[in-house]
Each structure stands twice: as structure tokens, then as C-alpha cells.
Design a protein around this ligand. Structure first.
Ligand SMILES: [Zn+2]
Length: 269
């Protein structure tokens, strides 16, 4: 009984089930809906019937096992099986955000697969277009809240960087090249932000951090209005290889890069 914190609490005399157990010797308990075979696996492990415990399970079964493990709070009693089950499944961890990825967030949290947990939460932070959908899995708020918060914070930083750039082109009185160039870039930036849907408001429905960063880095600056590059230190800004440095400025590009690079997933420890 001590193998599960859940049963330990429930079957002691102060609880109804515990009193029933004392009076009649048996009780009925309600557990989350999973296939009965999953519960059998957990009971076999807890009762040390090792020969009956499968060493390979499919991912659906692993999710069911995680649901019951979380519900019964019997993580420790299951050792070392979660690592054994992972062996045949670790190649299946998705590399893009999807419902499957959310399931891996849940499973890796329950079974303490720390490297996978960091990896899948990093993908969710960067690729989720909305608050993540929990799929009725008991993922704690400390996890999904942190992922959603990281996504929105990064997008807020990216949009703030674009806004600062616009304001700079609008108001600065020391243009990088000349006033005409700044006017040209300001107009282009306003138009490009609109056509690339980079005017979204919080909570940025439908946009992921990666997509936003890609759209920003893909913004093309207009062709130079100077027939030939002006001489001197500004020549650099007119090189065609400088894709959009004049449009965005190095600061904006750096700020966008920083916003995404801090998204490194969550840590279990
Ligand atoms: Zn100019």
C-alpha cells in the first residue's frame, strides 16, 4: 500500500474507503478511464510480479500508464520500468509542435524524462501558435502556464522591437544615410508589417515565435534610391548582401534573435 501515496491516503481509516476496508475487507475505487490492462501493469509492478510486466509498450499505453501513475502518485514504485519503456519509443518524440508533442510533455513530466521534457517544452515555446491545448491531460499549470507565458513574452519582445524601429525611423534626426532613405524605409516597414501580419495584438492568436522571427528576417528592404552607393563609412549599408539591415537596423535584428534564443524549454529539476 505504501507504494502509492494515493492509496496510502485513501485507505487509512479517516477516509470513507478506509473505513469500508476495515469493516468489509474489500472496497470499490474509481480511477481515471484507461484500459484495464494498464492498471494491471501497475499492480503487477507494485506487487513485484516482474515476469508479467511488459518491457515494451506503445505510446498510447505509455500515456495511460502516465495518467495512472500521476493519479496514484506511485512514481517511485514503478522504477525502473519508465526508463525501460522509453527505450523503444524515444525515436518517436516529435520535432514539431502538435497534439502528440503535448502528450510527450505530459509523459516526460510524469516519468521524469528530463532531456525529452526540455526538448519538447522548447519546441512548444517556439512553435505553438496559441496557448497549448491540454487534451484533457492533467498537465500542471506550472508547466503549461510557463510555456504559454514564454511564447507570449517572446512575441511581445519581437513586436516591441518592430515598434521601436518604426518610431526610430519616424523621429530620429540623425539618419544612417539620409532623410529620404529613412522615409523610404519607414514606409516600407509599415507596409511590410501589414502584409506579413506583424501587427497582431496580445495574445497573438495564430502566430508562433518561430514564424514571427522568420517573417521579420524575411522582410526585404526596398531598393536603394541612390544611383551609386555614397562614399565613406555608409557604403556598407548599401551592399545588396545586407538583406534588410537598413530597413530593420542591427538592434532590431538582435532583439528578435534574443527573444527567441531565451526559449530553451523548461527544466524538471
Ligand atoms: Zn540615403
Amino acid at each position: 500500500m505504501l507504494a502509492s501515496a494515493y492509496f496510502e491516503k485513501m485507505l487509512t481509516p479517516q477516509w470513507r474507503e478506509g473505513q469500508a476496508l476495515g469493516a468489509g475487507g474489500s472496497i470499490e475505487v474509481n480511477i481515471p478511464e484507461t484500459d484495464p490492462y494498464t492498471l494491471l501493469i501497475i499492480l503487477d509492478i507494485i506487487h513485484c510480479r516482474r515476469a508479467r510486466v511488459p518491457r515494451i509498450v506503445n505510446f498510447d499505453k505509455l500515456i495511460d500508464l502516465a495518467v495512472l501513475t500521476d493519479y496514484f502518485q506511485c512514481h517511485k514504485a514503478l522504477e525502473p520500468y519508465p526508463s525501460i519503456w522509453l527505450e523503444s519509443l524515444k525515436e518517436e518524440v516529435p520535432s514539431v509542435h502538435s497534439n502528440m508533442l503535448v502528450k510527450w510533455i505530459f509523459v516526460s513530466w510524469v516519468f521524469n524524462y528530463d532531456a525529452i521534457f526540455s526538448r519538447v517544452t522548447r519546441i512548444a515555446q517556439r512553435q505553438a501558435k496559441y496557448d497549448i491545448c491540454l487534451l484533457e491531460l492533467p498537465i500542471p499549470e506550472s508547466i503549461y502556464g510557463a510555456i504559454n507565458h514564454a511564447r507570449k513574452t517572446a512575441l511581445t519582445s519581437i513586436f516591441a522591437a518592430l515598434k521601436r524601429r518604426r518610431e526610430y525611423l519616424e523621429t530620429n534626426n540623425r539618419p544612417t544615410c539620409c532623410d529620404d532613405c529613412d522615409s523610404l524605409h519607414l514606409g516600407a516597414l509599415i507596409r511590410l508589417m501589414k502584409s506579413n501580419n506583424l501587427n497582431l495584438e496580445y495574445p497573438y492568436i495564430g502566430l508562433s515565435v518561430e514564424a514571427a522571427a522568420e517573417r521579420v528576417s524575411g522582410l526585404k528592404q526596398p531598393r536603394s534610391i541612390h544611383p551609386t552607393p555614397p562614399p565613406g563609412p555608409f557604403a556598407l549599408y548599401h551592399r545588396p548582401s545586407e538583406m534588410n539591415s537598413r530597413l530593420l537596423g542591427e538592434d532590431t535584428k538582435q532583439e528578435v534573435e534574443n527573444a527567441i534564443s531565451v526559449l530553451q524549454g523548461l527544466d524538471l529539476s
